[in-house]
Design a protein around this ligand. Sequence first.
Ligand SMILES: [Cu+2]
Length: 326
Amino acid sequence: MNTATKLSGFALGLVAVFGAAYGIGNLADPVAPAAETRHDDTDSDHGAGDTGHGDESQAGGASAHLPGGLLVSERGYTFQPADAPAGQFAFRITGPDGAPVTRFEVAHDKRMHLIVARRDLSGFRHVHPEMAGDGTWRVASPLGGPGVWRAFADFTPEGGEPLTLGLDVTVPGELTARPLPAPATSTTVDGYTVTLTGTPEPGRTNRLTLSVSRDGRPVTDLAPYLGAYGHLVALRQGDLAYLHVHPEGTPGDGRTPAGPAITFAAEVPSAGAYRLYLDFRHGDAVHTAEFTVLAGDRTAPAPAAPASTTAPTPDAGHGTPGHGHS
Ligand SMILES: [Cu+2]
């Protein structure tokens, strides 16, 4: 495979890197976006990476390529909350003309993916709102309790490029801050054990493999969910920069097994702590397995709960973060 050649090109910019998540390797994903979505910075960021290792070229000047989800408004599109009755969450995406957008491309089976996580990285949910004719999206509220939540609208405007906008939403009430769980390579959810191999290193594409078992036996009959055997979202601690990563291979392509392993190609935009959320389907149910991973400098201080939280939250029972992964 000439995957490495492709990767060196993709690594030239963060936007391009995230684009690679959709089209990595020889996966012919029909919704694969063009890697370049913006041309408002120097042209030298693009197109020169096919001949060698371009990893260093962005080190000093990547500010124009932000990870997804950090902005509430980008490229003329704005994520606006809308009034909703109790128990519902509603919003609109307005376009460059200021009017609500009503035409979206289908990407991974849906026109709109709404992901939420509380700012302390707890409470992750991935849901699919329904759009009314006026461009208002509504869904049963996925916000699981008091606190400040980050909502991510992950969509593709018709004829446009994929975009993820982020919006803070406050749920009133008494907040119990939760420290970030320590890095781990295995977790359990709903009776399944999910094991992570691979470590993300900034500045390169990393292969992450998540293997699913139940009762000690590998699960080999995962069901396709949104056109894949797994969906992986990574959120960076500190600013909740958003990476949505899709696996290598697609169900039914004749070479991608239905488990136990789901392999992703991912690149993280910096060193630091990330929370990974794997959505997978087995039978009729969708499960979400969560991991904390550390990228980059593992001699750095261990991640802690955000310093501004009011409650001191000693990391009792979580061991020593920062050196726990192989
Ligand atoms: Cu979705």
